[in-house]
Design a protein. Structure first.
Length: 270
């Protein structure tokens, strides 16, 4: 049988069994009499037809695109993201920032890209209509995560509390503190004092904890604010603005508990 039809049969059988993630070595094992050059050409033809997509340049990870996902160009993230990150690349990861908030139902904005935290810088990738942007985090394996489960599959995601801290820490990256506050107002309901303590211990970022504590005070989240205050007790704190780069002005006030400088706009936006 010719390589293209044999490859098509393999793809059809894999899809019927629910296996959408394939590696070149797995396909080659099913076609032992096909040369490497012929297999390469067959894969390219299936890719051109939209039946297959390679997850990143140079990787041997292929993704079958079922007909119902042909318009999007790829199945949902939960079908392939964990397999790609954990098995193909073999690196720790978790979905983070606004993408994590959206998964918790706490994003009032449409998130156009998926933000993924990894240990070292990586180039973004595009898989169909999915754009994955990577951000780096030291000590990533110690960060608290959980599984985001859907009927299509699952991927790792930062806990709600870690997500809250990272949004505050990287406010400029996600559109500024005003946007962060809008997201956090929907995220507080998913946060617990115990989860917050775990995230604070993992991140070990005192200025970020100060800013989060001040935001919790502004939003009257007294139970969570008390947990942050307890974590900060005895730790060296310096006066910080609510948002990095925030200019001082005469109307600023200071949250004396958390030593955070608040502008009039921040105090009014409650």
């Amino acid at each position: 049988m010719a390589a293209p039809s044999s490859l098509a049969a393999i793809l059809d059988a894999a899809e019927r069994s629910g296996k959408l993630n394939l590696r070149t070595q797995d396909i080659r094992a099913e076609l032992p009499r096909v040369s490497a050059a012929a297999l390469h050409q067959a894969l390219y033809r299936q890719q051109r037809r939209g039946r297959l997509i390679r997850l990143s340049r140079g990787s041997d990870h292929w993704l079958i695109v079922p007909l119902q996902h042909a318009v999007a160009g790829a199945p949902p993230l939960e079908v392939w993201l964990d397999g790609y990150m954990s098995k193909t690349l073999g690196i720790p990861y978790y979905v983070a920032l606004l993408s994590a908030a959206e998964a918790y139902g706490a994003s009032p904005y449409a998130v156009m890209v998926t933000q993924v935290m990894v240990s070292e810088r990586r180039r973004p990738i595009t898989v169909g209509r999915h754009e994955i942007v990577f951000h780096s985090r030291a000590r990533i394996e110690g960060m608290p995560t959980r599984w985001h489960e859907t009927p299509d599959g699952r991927f790792k995601i930062g806990t709600p509390e870690l997500t809250a801290l990272e949004l505050v820490e990287r406010a400029t990256l996600v559109g500024g503190m005003a946007r962060v506050r809008e997201v956090l107002r929907e995220l507080w309901v998913s946060c617990t004092p115990g989860g917050l303590a775990e995230a604070l211990d993992a991140l070990q970022e005192i200025p970020t904890a100060q800013r989060l504590g001040a935001l919790l005070n502004l939003e009257n989240q007294s139970v969570l604010a008390s947990r942050v205050a307890g974590w900060l007790s005895g730790k060296p704190k310096r006066l910080v603005p609510l948002e990095r780069g925030q200019a001082w002005d005469a109307s600023s006030e200071v949250d004396t508990l958390f030593k955070v400088r608040l502008t009039a706009d921040a105090r009014a936006n409650t």
